[in-house]
Design a binder for this molecule. Structure first.
Ligand code: NAP
Length: 317
């Protein structure tokens, strides 16, 4: 790293998305950027590890605007992400995004990447009863709030790239979505996607795509960029899992209303999410170009490549 390197303040650097970006910058020591890793806990193992790799670790909290201003101070850009699954509150996501936008505006950052998703209410208004309205005014709370929060960045004139990621393959490891044995003893993955394609990606590749966007300077400012490492049907995912695990894995297609009734926290939100991806599949895939994702991140993994690296980490229940 040279003294002229531009600082990228990375929210979520200890997590999946921001961790991918922090890693991409750290693995390119001749590149133009330096990582400032934001965390609430600079003494955590992940933060300590980032510091040992050469990142500047900086304590900040998305709920605390002043801490964000300090963390963005002197930086060229920022990667902004919220973690819905920590609190299940769309209002909190909106407030945290507004804090990041305000801090970016006050510090006059030159480029912000906001990790957003669709506000599904543009496609499925609250009056559309194909899926239930959740939390009073959302169809897919963890998507809708991110999409609604785009306005915070736009209203303040923050030079922003709106990055729309995809379903993480890592959900098979961490999110309880791995293969499970049915009553017949055969493994199955369960999604309410019918025969439609699910855009999906290795979580670490999201940050690597973000790195590609930052490296292009101003080119993607003001643009919405969707990314994916594959567009796969449930059957295709099951076939790749069967090959990788050496055991038959089936695709269990269930109706969204059945998925919503599974009872785990967020099942209704995820059931609506999958239904949105199924019912608006042409749109949803079309804005997540595999070619552009690979241009941004030449090491973009396919599902098969990701499985070869991660199959032993997938819990089999
Ligand atoms: N799973 C999927 O398929 C998928 C697909 C697309 C989008 N997403 C979205 O991805 C988001 C989560 O991103 P991720 O997977 O990268 O998260 P993650 O791996 O669970 O890590 C969460 C990160 O957010 C940071 N963080 C959380 N609250 C914070 C706060 N108040 N102040 C400062 N930092 C905070 C944490 O930092 P510290 O703990 O170190 O402070 C940590 O680095 C969710 O909103 C989800 O909707 C998920």
């Amino acid at each position: 790293m040279s003294a002229e390197n531009k600082i990228i303040a990375v929210v979520g650097a200890t997590g999946a998305q921001g961790g991918g970006l922090a890693g991409a910058i750290l693995n390119d020591p001749d590149g133009p950027f330096h990582v400032r890793a934001l965390t609430r806990n600079p003494r955590s193992d992940k933060a300590t590890d980032l510091a040992q790799q050469g990142a500047e670790v900086f304590e900040a909290d998305l709920d605390d605007l002043d801490s964000l201003k300090r963390a963005f101070s002197g930086a060229y850009g920022a990667y902004c992400v919220t973690n819905f699954w920590e609190h299940f509150s769309p209002e909190k996501e909106l407030a945290q995004a507004a804090n990041m936008a305000q801090a970016a505006r006050d510090i006059r950052l030159e480029h912000v990447i906001w990790s957003t998703l669709e506000d599904t209410r543009r496609w499925v208004p609250l009056s559309d009863d194909r899926m239930p309205t959740l939390m009073g005014k959302y169809k897919v709370p963890h998507l809708d709030a991110k999409g609604e929060a785009n306005q915070s960045f736009a209203d303040l004139g923050v030079p922003t790239t709106f990055l729309m990621s995809s379903f993480y393959w890592d959900n098979l490891i961490y999110f309880g979505m791995g293969p499970k044995r049915g009553p017949d003893g055969v493994l199955a993955i369960t999604f309410p996607m019918g025969d439609k394609k699910l855009p999906s990606i290795a979580a670490e590749d999201i940050g690597k795509c973000a790195y590609g966007i930052f490296k292009q300077g101003r080119e993607y400012i003001g643009q919405t960029v969707g990314i994916a490492g594959g567009h796969l049907t449930g059957k295709e995912m099951a076939a790749a899992l069967s090959d990788a695990l050496g055991a038959e894995v089936r695709y269990n297609d269930v109706p969204p209303e059945v998925y919503r009734s599974f009872g785990f926290p967020g099942a209704d939100d995820l059931g609506n999410m999958f239904q949105f991806k199924r019912d608006f599949n042409e749109y949803y895939c079309s804005v997540r170009s595999l070619e552009r994702s690979r241009t941004l991140n030449p090491s973009l993994q396919t599902f098969e490549e990701w499985l070869a690296r991660n199959r032993e980490r997938i819990p089999i229940e």
